[in-house]
Design a protein around this ligand. Structure first.
Ligand SMILES: Cc1cc2nc3c(=O)[nH]c(=O)nc-3n(C[C@H](O)[C@H](O)[C@H](O)COP(=O)(O)OP(=O)(O)OC[C@H]3O[C@@H](n4cnc5c(N)ncnc54)[C@H](O)[C@@H]3O)c2cc1C
Length: 453
C-alpha cells in the first residue's frame, strides 16, 4: 500500500515551503514590474507617481486579485488533492476486495479499521501536535466521499469519527482532554456519538438518560439506541441530562470508556444497508465516570450537539455524493461493454439522456456539499446550506443508485454485483443526522426569517 497520509503530507509541506521561499523573489519581481508599468503609464500621461500612490495601486491590485480570482468551491488545495488521492487509493486497494464479504457478514473487518488509522484517515482534522493530519473540514469531506465511492459503510465510520467526534474534542476539549483523547482518536481509538434514544429521535433533546453527581464523579443511567460504530468504539461521547427540570439546559456530554463496567453494548441492529457499519443499543447501569469526563461544560451538551450535527450533516452529504458517484461509475463501466442489438448499451440515446442527467445531478449535489463545507471552514453562516446539501445529496444518491440497477438490467438485481448494495446503502442518507423532513424544517425556518425580517 502507498505511504501513509501523514508522511506524504509532511513531505509535501516541506517541499512547498522550500519552493515558496525560492519563489518569493519572483513575486517581488512581478510586483515591481507592475509598479514599473504603472509608472510608465502615468509618465506617458504626463503625471508623476508618488510612492504612496504606487503603494496604494499595489494594495488595490492585491485586493482585486483575491476578489477576482476567488477559486470555485470544487478547486482543491494541494493538501486536499493529496488526501483525496490517497483515500481513493486506500478504497481501491483495501476496501474493494472486501466490500461484498463485509456486507454479507454485516461486520467490518478489523484490518480495515486498523488501515484507516494507519493511513491517517481517522484524525484528518486532529492537529499534527496530537498525531493527526492537521487538515481542514473540506478535506475530511473529500476523504469521506472517496471512501463512500467504494463502501459507504466504511465511510460512515470515518465520517462520524472526523466530522463529529474530532470536531467535538478539538472545539470543546480542555488542553488535558485534547492531549489525552485527540491523540487516541488519531492513532487507534474509534469514538461513538451517543445522542438518540428509543423515545428521542428527531426530537433528540427529549432524551432521558440521566447523570447524577456523586462526590466528584457522575453516575449515568439510561439507554441509547442506533449508536453507530459501537462494536468498534473504544470511547463513547454520551449525552445525558443532569437535571430534567432544566429541559435542554440540563444536557451534558460525558466521555465514557468501553471498559467501564456500567456500560453494556446491547442488541446489534440487522439493517437494510450500510450493513458493515455496526449500529447497537447501549445500556448505562450505574456507569460511573470522573468529573474530568465532562466534555465542555455541564449544561452545554445541547448547544454542542446541535452545532456538531449541523456540520456533521455536510459529511453525510459527502458520503451520499460518493455513493452516487460510486454507483454511477460502476454502472457506466458495465454499460460501455454490455452489447445489445450489436452495440454498447451506453450508445443508445435513451440511455445517454438518462446518464447525462444523473451526472448533472451528482455534480449539483457535490457543489452544494463543497460549498457548505467551504462556508463552514471559513467561519461563515452555513446551517441552511448544510441542510440543503444533505437533503439534495441523499435524494440524488437514492435516485442515481436506483437507476444504476435499471442500467445493469438483470444482473443489477443480483447480489453478485455491487449495484443493489449501493441502492440499499443509499436509504440511510434521508434518515440519520436529521431526517429529510428535519432538513426541510431547517431550510424553511431560514426562509421564514428572511422574509419576516
Ligand atoms: C443506521 C443508523 C445509524 C444511526 N447512528 C446514530 C448515531 O451514531 N448516534 C445517534 O445518536 N443516533 C444515530 N442514529 C439515529 C438517527 O439519528 C435517528 O434515527 C433519526 O434522527 C430519526 O429518528 P427516529 O428514527 O426516532 O425517527 P422519528 O423521529 O420517529 O421520525 C419518524 C418520521 O417522522 C418524521 N418526523 C419527525 N418529527 C417531525 C417533524 N417535526 N416534522 C415533520 N416530520 C417529522 C421523520 O422525518 C420520519 O419520517 C442512527 C440511525 C440509524 C438508522
Amino acid at each position: 500500500m502507498a505511504a501513509a497520509l501523514p508522511v506524504l503530507l509532511r513531505a509535501a509541506r516541506l517541499q512547498r515551503s522550500v519552493s515558496r521561499s525560492s519563489n518569493r523573489p519572483l513575486v517581488r519581481a512581478a510586483l515591481a514590474s507592475c509598479q514599473g508599468a504603472a509608472r510608465t503609464r502615468s509618465l506617458a500621461a504626463g503625471v508623476s507617481v508618488s510612492p504612496a500612490a504606487s503603494a496604494s495601486c499595489v494594495a488595490q491590485r492585491r485586493c482585486c486579485a483575491t476578489e477576482a480570482f476567488r477559486p470555485a468551491c470544487t478547486d482543491l488545495t494541494e493538501d486536499e488533492e493529496m488526501l483525496r488521492d490517497s483515500a481513493a487509493k486506500f478504497a481501491q486497494e483495501v476496501l474493494l476486495p472486501r466490500v461484498l464479504e463485509m456486507d454479507k457478514a454485516g461486520a467490518m473487518h478489523k484490518e480495515v479499521v486498523a488501515a484507516l488509522f494507519e493511513q491517517g484517515l481517522m484524525g484528518i482534522e486532529v492537529p499534527e501536535e496530537y498525531g493527526g493530519s492537521g487538515l481542514g473540514f473540506t478535506a475530511a469531506c473529500l476523504a469521506v466521499e472517496e471512501v463512500a465511492k467504494i463502501d459507504p459503510a466504511v465511510a460512515v465510520l470515518m465520517d462520524i469519527q472526523n466530522t463529529l467526534l474530532v470536531t467535538a474534542f478539538n472545539r470543546y476539549g480542555s488542553p488535558e482532554q485534547k492531549q489525552k483523547y485527540l491523540t487516541r482518536l488519531a492513532k487507534d481509538t474509534v469514538c461513538s456519538f451517543c445522542l438518540s434514544e428509543p423515545g428521542a429521535g428527531s426530537d433528540a433533546f427529549a432524551l432521558r438518560t440521566r447523570a447524577v453527581k456523586d462526590g466528584d464523579d457522575w453516575v449515568i443511567d439510561g439507554g441509547k439506541s442506533w449508536i453507530s460504530n459501537s462494536v468498534e468504539a473504544g470511547l463513547f461521547l454520551v449525552f445525558a441530562t443532569v437535571d430534567p427540570t432544566k429541559g435542554h439546559k440540563g444536557i451534558t456530554a460525558f466521555i465514557v470508556g468501553r471498559e467501564n463496567p456500567g456500560l453494556k453494548i446491547g442488541k446489534k441492529e440487522d439493517k437494510l444497508g450500510i450493513r458493515a457499519s455496526s449500529t447497537c443499543e447501549l445500556v448505562f447501569d450505574g456507569c460511573r465516570v470522573s468529573g474530568d469526563c465532562v466534555l465542555g461544560e455541564v449544561g452545554l451538551g445541547y448547544k454542542m450537539a446541535i452545532s456538531l450535527l449541523n456540520e456533521g450533516r455536510i459529511g453525510i452529504g459527502a458520503q451520499m455524493v460518493g455513493l452516487a458517484q460510486g454507483s454511477f461509475d460502476y454502472a457506466l463501466r458495465y454499460m460501455v461493454t454490455r452489447k445489445q442489438f450489436g452495440t454498447a448499451v451506453s450508445d443508445f440515446q435513451g440511455m445517454q439522456f438518462q446518464y447525462a442527467r444523473a451526472a448533472m445531478e451528482i455534480e449539483a449535489a457535490r457543489v452544494l456539499v463543497y460549498n457548505a463545507a467551504r462556508l463552514k471552514e471559513s467561519g461563515k453562516p452555513y446551517i441552511t446550506e448544510a441542510a440543503m446539501a444533505k437533503l439534495k445529496a441523499s435524494e440524488v444518491a437514492q435516485s442515481v443508485s436506483s437507476q444504476c440497477i435499471d442500467w445493469l438490467g438483470g444482473v443489477g438485481f443480483t447480489k453478485e454485483f455491487l449495484a443493489e448494495k449501493y441502492y440499499r446503502d443509499s436509504k440511510i442518507g434521508t434518515i440519520y443526522e436529521g431526517t429529510s423532513n428535519i432538513q426541510l424544517l431547517t431550510i424553511a425556518k431560514s426562509i421564514q426569517q428572511a422574509y419576516k425580517a
